[in-house]
Design a protein around this ligand. Structure first.
Ligand code: 13P
Length: 251
């Protein structure tokens, strides 16, 4: 499976800025996107349709959403349904990003509902997991990952298609801080996630992609992508600029 090179634009970029960045990126990568890589743009909701139009003809590009509410439709003021996202051109969605867990108060059970509902709605789901610094210091890394993965994947069918599910390991202390987990820390956490996936899904678990996220930059992307069980990256700050993200995609 191709390495997934994902740009999470969080709550940045107006419609015009998003379309311009997407077009710049598509132009930079035209004919240069490595055959083993897929680019995923995850803009804010208001920019989804515009970016969908821009990347429609760009080979190897896909669109994703940062979040949704796990229901087909209904009286959920301020929320968005998976079907609205697929209608806008999304193929992927995130669930359980650390900012949603720790700023918006999303719990493990809600994250699990989103992963399962997104899959049945036809979205490929990226479950985000990762420990806080105090959890790592207390030696709780594996326990935190086990808890988040168990709940996040609780309702996922055993025979899930491997391309429909990915896990993003994003240590909370490395997000937006400039601190990147070192190669051993990344390798250890990704091995723990892989072990869980194989126990949970058997051979399918060997194929499910595991992305790393947390202060990925052009200067460290190549090394990170070379670590065992790193099948892509989920990039925040360094994905906002087309030149910087293009350098990461081709690292
Ligand atoms: P940064 O790349 O800005 O650290 O953000 C990582 C992230 O949260 C991607 O989802």
């Amino acid at each position: 499976m191709k390495k997934l090179m994902a740009a999470n634009w969080k709550m940045y970029k107006l419609q015009g800025e998003a379309a311009t960045t997407a077009a710049d990126l598509a132009a930079r990568l035209a004919g240069k996107l490595p055959a083993d890589r897929e680019v995923l743009l995850i803009p804010p909701y208001t920019a989804l349709c515009g970016v969908a139009g821009v990347i429609a003809q760009a080979a190897g590009f896909a669109l994703g959403a940062q979040n949704f509410y796990p229901s087909k439709q209904g009286a959920f003021t301020g929320e968005i349904a998976p079907e609205m996202l697929t209608d806008a051109g999304c193929r992927y969605a995130l669930a359980g990003h650390s900012e949603r867990r720790h700023i918006l108060g999303e719990d493990d059970a809600m994250v699990g509902r989103k992963v399962a509902f997104g899959l049945t709605s036809g979205l490929s789901m990226i479950l985000c997991v990762g420990e806080k610094v105090e959890e790592r210091q207390a030696g709780e890394l594996e326990a935190v990952l086990e808890r988040q993965l168990t709940a996040g994947l609780a309702e996922v069918p055993d025979d899930v298609a491997p391309e429909a599910l990915a896990v993003a390991y994003e240590p909370v202390w490395a997000i937006g801080t400039g601190l990147t987990a070192g190669p051993e820390e990344v390798a250890g956490a990704h091995a723990a996630v892989r072990g869980f996936l194989v126990r949970r899904f058997g051979v399918v678990g060997e194929k499910i992609r595991i992305l790393y996220g947390g202060s990925v930059k052009p200067g460290n992307a190549g090394q990170i992508l070379g670590i065992d069980n790193v099948d892509g990256v989920l990039v925040g700050g360094a994905s906002l600029d087309a030149e910087s993200f293009a350098a990461i995609v081709t690292a």
